[in-house]
Write a protein that binds this ligand. Structure first.
Ligand SMILES: Nc1nc2c(ncn2[C@@H]2O[C@H](COP(=O)(O)OP(=O)(O)OP(=O)(O)O)[C@@H](O)[C@H]2O)c(=O)[nH]1
Ligand SMILES: [Mg+2]
Length: 219
């Protein structure tokens, strides 16, 4: 019985996600769904990315947070439209809430929409938001075993950011182990090794994003 209920929830979510994907495509907007465990550095990465792209790039942000507006406030100063979704205890965003949030944007002014999902490596991976791509963010202080323990996200991700590289030497994170597990789960996904607080290693991420946007223009 419970399984049937869950299937209905996921089916409904999937239908709405497909509608969102079509709407975004029609408006030439790419939507990136950032997923990580709490504190891996999603907001910090977004701060750096917003700073790099500048206010005229056509960026929008949907900030998913359980209760607070703290991350949305951190991102406010970059001058991009931000819509906050408080899940009130929910461990992930769903396509219905994204659909509501999209009505707050003028899609014709947007090229790139970032979604910061709720900090969680499991639930957000199961809910398609209609995104163009999922981005997995993981950090060295979480341990090197995440790709194998949470393969769904790493399998689906179009890019992986390994953040907090500045802390590598203070942890027991085994870099080779991480790479070998990641490649087992996803042999080809681009990997960016960054320190978002120190601003290191971000050029590759920025370059990849810009290439993605160029691809969009050529479509
Ligand atoms: N040393 C170090 N700290 C970082 C780095 N990136 C983020 N942090 C710190 O890690 C903490 C969490 O970063 P956030 O960007 O808020 O992480 P988040 O993934 O948005 O967290 P939630 O929204 O709670 O899931 C903050 O204190 C950041 O300053 C990094 O590359 N190196
Ligand atoms: Mg955050």
């Amino acid at each position: 019985m419970e399984i049937k209920v869950m299937k209905r929830v996921l089916d409904r979510n999937q239908d709405k996600a497909e509608q969102i994907r079509a709407l975004l495509k029609e408006n030439h907007v790419r939507m990136y769904n950032l997923i990580s465990s709490p504190g891996a550095g999603k907001t910090t990465l977004l701060e750096q990315t917003c700073r790099h792209l500048g206010p005229d790039y056509g960026v929008g942000i949907i900030e998913g947070d359980v209760y607070t507006d703290r991350d949305a406030r951190r991102l406010q100063s970059y001058g991009f439209p931000i819509v906050l979704i408080n899940t009130e205890g929910g461990c992930h965003l769903d396509s219905n809430s994204i659909s509501g949030a999209l009505q707050e944007f003028n899609l014709q002014n947007l090229r790139l929409l970032f979604v910061e999902n709720v900090g969680n490596l499991v639930c957000p991976s199961h809910f398609d938001l209609g995104e163009t791509s999922k981005i997995a963010v993981v950090s060295t202080s979480e341990g090197d075993d995440k790709p194998i323990k949470y393969p769904m996200l790493f399998r689906d991700a179009r890019a992986v950011v390994l953040n907090k590289m500045d802390l590598l030497e203070y942890t027991d994170f085994d870099y080779n182990h991480f790479i070998s597990d990641l490649r087992q789960v996803n042999p080809t996904v681009p990997l960016f090794e960054t320190s978002s607080t120190k601003g290191q290693g971000l050029e590759g991420w920025f370059h990849w994003l810009e290439q993605e946007m160029k691809e969009q223009m050529n479509k």
